[in-house]
Write a protein that binds this ligand. Structure first.
Ligand code: NAD
Length: 313
């Protein structure tokens, strides 16, 4: 029997690549339900699917923000059976919080957090009854470490991490695994959408010093990071499949080794001051971009690991 994998947000980026990679599995072990909010955007996926379309890859409509859409999609699946759920749909937001309305902030949570929770709630009873299943979340390193001007996005991913960390323990009792895939920057439409949004904003309500720092320091540094350290969506798809195929899937999987120091800092200093001050000093006292700060962090944590001060396991 094929393993039924339902993926959200497959019209572009990581979701699209993951659907294609799984559908092309040489042993044809996956029956992929590649879902998207708007079926008018299915051309790219259809073209990439080639011969797998309607064989190992099936396209369905699913808006993670709609109860009706989730119910309708699950009802269209044979026995409503989902063996592996990949909560990939997500939206980003960058910029000074003074210029973001609460409504805008809530919409990030509606998609990134409640969207994922909505589908988990819908598939869980059946997974529990069968005592098998795997819930895979497309989280982020920003689910573990906040990053300047990504306040609300990071909060939505933190929320997902806290939710899943709690749920994972209960679900293990039912032989259901939960895994968080935690990429650093990935070169998809995601970043372009973010840049596009801020290029049209005047940042109302934000002081000029903050706006200037955001535009003149953060944005160029962020572009540079995506260009130099960004991974491809294919790499994230492969990493996700590695986790999917594990006999006992891990709870956390960071895809970009350059980013592991970001999170290791937290565990090395439980006051939290080390990471906050390190970022502060690197950004504001030396005007250095994130890339250099990450390289420094990497050297620091590698030496911790080597000295045995911090264990990578
Ligand atoms: P993307 O913008 O190409 O993909 C996101 C997808 O989610 C899009 O297809 C979009 O249409 C879909 N989506 C948004 N709202 C939806 C809704 N209500 N219902 C259904 N689908 C919806 O970007 P991506 O980089 O492929 O992002 C995929 C996931 O990876 C996101 O959860 C994102 O937070 C996460 N992630 C991305 C990066 C990055 O740098 N690109 C890094 C870490 C994590």
């Amino acid at each position: 029997r094929q393993t039924v994998v339902l993926i959200t947000g497959c019209s572009s980026g990581i979701g699209l690549k993951l659907a294609i990679h799984l559908a092309n599995d040489t042993k044809k072990q996956f029956y992929v339900i590649a879902t998207m909010r708007n079926l008018n955007k299915k051309e790219q996926l259809e073209a990439a699917a080639g011969d797998t379309l309607n064989k190992t890859l099936h396209i369905r409509q699913l808006d993670v923000c709609s109860d009706e859409s989730v119910t309708e999609c699950l009802n269209s699946i044979q026995d409503k059976r989902v063996d592996i759920l990949v909560n990939n749909a997500g939206i980003g937001k960058i910029g000074p919080i003074e210029s973001l309305s609460i409504r805008e902030m809530k919409s990030i949570f509606d998609t990134n957090f409640f969207g994922a929770v909505r589908i988990i709630k819908a598939v869980l009873p059946d997974m529990k009854r069968r005592r098998s299943g795997h819930i895979v979340m497309m989280s982020s390193v920003m689910g573990l470490q906040g990053v300047i001007f990504n306040d609300v996005y990071a909060a939505s991913k933190f929320a997902m991490e806290g939710f899943c960390e709690s749920l994972a323990v209960q679900l293990l009792k039912f032989n259901i695994y939960v895994s968080m895939i935690e990429p650093g920057p990935v070169n998809t439409e995601f970043e372009m959408k973010l840049m596009d949004e801020v290029s049209h904003s005047t940042f109302p309500g934000t002081d000029s010093e903050t706006v200037q720092f955001f535009k003149d320091v953060y944005l160029p540094a962020s572009r540079d990071i995506f260009a130099t350290m960004g991974q491809t969506p294919d790499t994230i798809a492969e990493a996700t499949i590695k986790v999917i195929k594990m006999e006992r899937p891990v709870f956390r999987y960071q895809t970009n080794i350059l980013y592991t120091p970001l999170t290791a800092m937290k565990y090395a200093d439980d006051t939290g001051n080390m990471s906050i001050r390190m970022f502060y000093n690197l950004l504001f006292n030396h005007g250095t971009c994130f890339k250099i700060s990450l390289s420094c962090l990497r050297i620091v944590t590698c030496s911790w690991f080597r000295s045995g001060a911090v264990s990578p396991n």
